[in-house]
Design a protein around this ligand. Structure first.
Ligand code: NAP
Ligand code: MG
Length: 400
């Protein structure tokens, strides 16, 4: 059998712990036998990040900018315990944060739907994709405890000497206060990423905030989305047969629960944090959630939404058998391969991505799945597969 040829390399970012183990198995069993795989490899495993003073993370992100498509394995974000465990020179920053800052992107998370893993919300038939703005608001806020009676004000001192003031509250006793911000440039990037992704995936786009209460802050989000839509996207949306619509966040929540799914829900930073965990859990499992970072100028980085599955890795190191779900990591690869095929006009690569996803889903539908899914499936008597066994079962289906 001839292997599928590629033109441009995919930027491959290797990672840590159990997902690094799965990464190697996926390549050996599911990719290399079928594709003449071209990647530019960056080892983002924590030991190599430490050796390079985290330069490798920046290089990998720059390569993603250059080539336009990347796939990333889960990585450890070091904390004090990891500094000790890996004898690190420094507590390096989150690689995802570094990559996001360089690509200036929006994160889109969507559940992988499969028969036998039923959403808790019975009307949901298609995935709901959450687009989370990843800058500002309460995540970059200044806060104060107010000790007692007094006045609290917002003060802006312009570089040109202008001054703006607004009273927050006249306190007559102790309380609390918070000041947060966002940037028009960041909101514009967020809006464009959402509109592009909607066109890309041919899904409607919903955006919601609380502009009736927050008449300047949230209203600015609403206005920026609307202006960019009218000026740059309205025609293309019409042609693609999709719609953009804005509603209040509380109305959106009610509509989401009653919907069938099949759209993108753009959320401000905090709303996205809260709603993506709600949506992932309601669809079944965090291990069945894909994640893609899309920059406003159309660069893509695919990954799984879960972490490095540390507890399983320690069992793996002890020589115990593990049943770790590789579906989200496989879908990160298929997403990257499909996008590369699309950009380079390689039909076979796009078809292969479809077949790989289909083989993965039919393995589960045949009752062969990892333990996390076996615990929640509606399929009777599922076979609980060990990590490698599950991947080999997918290969069998891919070959036939
Ligand atoms: P985690 O790796 O997501 O795992 C938490 C638990 O969720 C696991 O112990 C396991 O539960 C279950 N789980 C998650 N993914 C699974 C899978 N694919 N198959 C089966 N079960 C799965 O989160 P964590 O243990 O809190 O974090 C570990 C490391 O990951 C941390 O160092 C963190 O910095 C990093 N992290 C990286 C990313 C990223 O790179 N995108 C994201 C989040 C966290 P059971 O043990 O009960 O089976
Ligand atoms: Mg969260």
């Amino acid at each position: 059998m001839d292997k599928i040829q590629m033109k441009t390399p995919i930027v491959e970012m290797d990672g840590d712990e159990m997902t690094r183990v799965l990464w190697k198995m996926i390549k050996e069993e599911l990719l290399l036998p079928f594709i003449d795989l071209k990647t530019e490899y960056y080892d983002l495993g924590l030991p190599h990040r430490d050796e390079t003073g985290d330069q490798v993370t920046k290089d990998a992100a720059e390569a993603a900018r250059k080539y336009g498509v990347a796939v990333k394995c889960a990585t450890i974000t070091p904390n004090a315990a990891r500094v000790e465990e890996y004898h690190l020179k420094e507590m390096w920053k989150s690689p995802n944060g570094t990559i996001r800052a360089i690509l200036d992107g929006t994160v889109f998370r969507a559940p992988i739907i499969v028969k036998g893993i039923e959403p808790y919300v019975s009307s949901w038939k298609k995935p709901i994709t959450i687009a989370r703005h990843a800058y500002g608001d309460v995540y970059k806020a200044a806060e104060m405890k107010i000790p007692g009676p007094g006045t609290c004000e917002l003060v802006y001192k312009g570089a040109d000497g202008t001054e703006l003031r607004e009273t927050i509250h006249e306190f007559d006793g102790p309380g609390i206060v918070q000041g947060m911000h966002n940037l028009e440039g960041s909101i514009e990037s967020f809006a464009r990423s959402c509109f592009n992704y909607a066109l890309d995936t041919k899904q409607d786009l919903w955006f919601a905030s609380k502009d009736t209460i927050s008449k300047k802050y949230d209203h600015t989000f609403k206005d920026i989305f609307q202006e960019i839509y009218d000026r740059e996207y309205a025609e293309r949306f019409e042609k693609a047969g999709i719609t953009y619509f804005y509603t209040l966040i509380d109305d959106a929540v009610a509509r989401v629960i009653k919907s069938q799914g099949g759209y993108i829900w753009a959320c401000k930073n905090y709303d996205g944090d809260v709603m993506s965990d709600m949506v992932a859990t309601a669809f079944g499992s965090l291990a069945m959630m894909t994640s893609v970072l899309v920059s406003p100028d159309g660069k893509y980085e695919y990954e799984a939404a879960h972490g490095t599955v540390q507890r399983h890795y320690y069992r793996y190191l002890e020589g115990e058998s593990t049943s770790t779900n590789s579906v989200a990591t496989i879908f990160a690869w298929s997403g990257a391969l499909r996008k590369r095929g699309e950009l380079d006009g390689i039909r076979e690569l796009m078809d292969f991505a479809d077949r790989l996803e289909q083989a993965t889903l039919s393995t589960i539908e045949d009752g062969i799945m990892t333990k996390d899914l076996a615990l929640i499936t509606t399929i009777p008597d599922p076979h609980v597969a060990e990590s490698g066994e599950f991947i080999r079962a997918i290969r069998q289906r891919l070959e036939s």
